[in-house]
Design a binder for this molecule. Structure first.
Ligand SMILES: Cc1ncc(C[n+]2csc(CCOP(=O)(O)OP(=O)(O)O)c2C)c(N)n1
Ligand code: SF4
Length: 241
């Protein structure tokens, strides 16, 4: 591990206070990512953080690196372009499940297919947080949302099957309710040579909590139980097949 030299700024900006609600899972995702970046000496001279639109899409603006807040769903083509222009640059994408898997879903399939040497951290909170609690592509079929108050009846998209369908890629399913696993997953992804995707099961206490009628603490417990009971939610770190 290299120790940052004194002229380097902290990885997270202290002049731009996050807009996120108290208890949002994004704080933990960002903090842990920043700590690992510092340990790996990813900094303002060698790193670009890219995100799309949404609460998760705000993440890029809080890093003391070069950063691009793209239009909705377009983080991946922008990130891939940066990597193509300078392969030595570390390129990290942080965005939401709506941004990366709905409007940006087609980009995800093909950026992954090309095995672009990027790390993607997807903050999966199973809801559109920023716009008021609408259905996300990851929302369970029977879960109420603002746009589907009786559930959608539609099976959620499995990003795991998409990414693990490509044999060479790194994939982790991790969660804000297991900090060690989250740290190990993000570390492994940032040091992976090739396309690395981290699906972080996260919490949106404001919108998802309101949809489910759960307090922030209850939402945390709800997610822990989902991870324990549902085989599709099982945490894992998979280097390749
Ligand atoms: C082209 C376009 N369509 C729709 C929107 C409205 N919009 C803003 S954020 C968002 C959803 C973001 O969802 P997600 O990625 O899950 O982010 P979260 O806020 O939950 O972190 C939408 C539909 C937009 N900004 N641009
Ligand atoms: S609305 Fe949800 S996702 Fe957005 S900042 Fe608040 S808690 Fe986080």
């Amino acid at each position: 591990m290299s120790i940052p030299t004194s002229h380097q700024k902290p990885i997270l900006r202290n002049d731009n206070k996050p807009i996120w609600c108290a208890g949002c899972g994004l704080y933990l995702v960002e903090r842990i990512t920043a700590d690992i970046m510092r340990d790996l000496n990813w900094n303002q001279s060698n790193t670009v953080v890219v995100s799309g639109i949404g609460c998760s899409g705000r993440a890029s603006g809080y890093f003391n690196t070069d950063a691009i807040h793209t239009t909705h769903g377009r983080a991946l083509p922008v990130a891939e372009g940066i990597k193509l222009a300078n392969e030595k640059t570390n390129v990290l994408v942080i965005s939401g499940d709506g941004d990366l898997l709905s409007i940006g879903g087609n980009h995800l399939i093909h950026t992954a297919r090309r095995n672009s040497n990027l790390t993607v951290i997807c903050n999966r909170n199973d809801v559109y947080g920023m716009t008021g609690g609408q259905l996300a592509p990851t929302t369970s079929a029977d879960e109420p949302t603002k746009t589907t108050p009786h559930g959608s009846g539609i099976e959620p998209l499995s990003v795991e099957s998409i990414i693990t369908g490509y044999k060479k890629h790194f994939y982790a399913k991790t969660s804000v309710v297991d900090v060690k696993h989250l740290r190990d997953s993000i570390f492994a992804a940032l040091t992976w040579d090739g396309f690395a995707f981290v699906e972080v099961l996260s919490i949106c206490p404001t919108q998802r909590g309101s949809n489910l009628g759960l307090s922030p603490a209850e939402l945390n417990d709800f997610l822990k139980k989902q991870i324990d009971r549902d085989p599709d939610m099982k945490l894992k770190i998979r280097y390749n097949s």
